[in-house]
Write a protein that binds this ligand. Structure first.
Ligand code: ATR
Length: 272
């Protein structure tokens, strides 16, 4: 049976084996998907051993996405620009292809929720690895403008420069956003993990604003609660992005697009 893995440390919390097992059932694919936790410094040797033993593909989560980028023999453009790889696939000629499906997972989740992106003004909050991974797929939707803001503004400026030739993208300090309006605001910061909120002006949240938090939890996330209290039109969390990126990886490996909806429903029920 075709073997797939997710590598991460820690990995026990990963939903990927559950998601891909459901996708495989849905699409009648003969495959097995497990989880593996390399010690730090052991990723490269373990992923090499996996492919040598006939492994067909794997997902990579924290903290190995940059090492997976180094490991790949060939990279998709979105992986190159993300600087990180969350999906590896062994091609027929033995070449290991590195891809990054995180951004497309986000875009597909937004579109499935009828959140339009084309011609819209989008604010991306945060300028770390999570932000970098979603910029190209967001720009590919041709928003009227993508503004990136960050606590450390120089990092937002660096990202805006890196992607300048791919679309209308600019950096802005949080303090200059008070009189601005956005259709979609995406939080990619890890502030919520320490119970904090990015220092955004409350006036950003208007009745037509959709907010998306790239993390998810059983309860409404701190960022989404903040947006909801201020009257946002709609708030979404990153559970759909998780399933969306998995669906993109599955598509790359198997050439079949699974349905994300049913899996998302089941995962949400598990969380509660
Ligand atoms: P990831 O890979 O999850 O993006 P990262 O590369 O460490 O992780 O980036 C974390 C992001 O969250 C950064 O944009 C960081 O802002 P700084 O660049 O100023 O550090 C942001 N972040 C983390 N804690 C934050 C907080 N309390 N308020 C605002 N932004 C925060």
């Amino acid at each position: 049976m075709d073997q797939y893995l997710v590598f991460g440390n820690p990995i026990a919390q990963s939903k990927s084996p559950f998601i891909h097992t459901l996708f495989a059932r849905q699409t009648a694919q003969q495959m097995e998907y497990k989880a593996q936790q390399p010690e730090l410094g052991q990723f490269q040797s373990q992923v090499a051993a996996f492919f040598q033993a006939g492994g067909r593909g794997c997902n990579i989560t924290a903290p190995f996405k940059e090492e997976a980028y180094q490991f790949a023999n060939q990279l998709t453009e979105r992986a190159k620009l993300a600087g990180a790889v969350n999906t590896l696939k062994k091609l027929d000629d033995g070449v290991i292809l590195g891809d990054n499906t995180d951004g497309e997972g986000l875009v597909q989740d937004l579109l499935q929720h009828q959140v339009a992106l084309a011609g819209k003004r989008i604010l991306l909050v945060g300028a770390g690895g999570a932000a970098r991974g979603v910029i190209l797929p967001l720009l590919a939707q041709q928003p009227s403008e993508l503004v990136i803001t960050n606590r450390t503004v120089t990092k937002a400026q660096q990202l805006a420069e890196l992607f300048a030739t791919y679309g209308n993208i600019h950096a802005a300090p949080m303090t200059t956003l008070a009189d601005q309006a956005f259709d979609v605001i995406i939080n990619s910061t890890s502030a919520g993990l320490s119970g904090q909120l990015p220092a955004l002006p409350a006036s950003l949240i208007q009745p037509h604003t959709t907010c998306y938090d790239m993390v998810y939890s059983a309860q409404t996330t701190a960022f989404n609660q903040w947006a909801k209290d201020l009257g946002a039109k709609c708030v979404l969390d990153g559970l759909g992005m998780l399933v969306g990126q998995a669906a993109e990886s599955f598509m790359l490996w198997r050439g079949i697009r699974p349905s994300a909806k049913q899996v998302q429903r089941e995962l949400r029920m598990q969380l509660l």
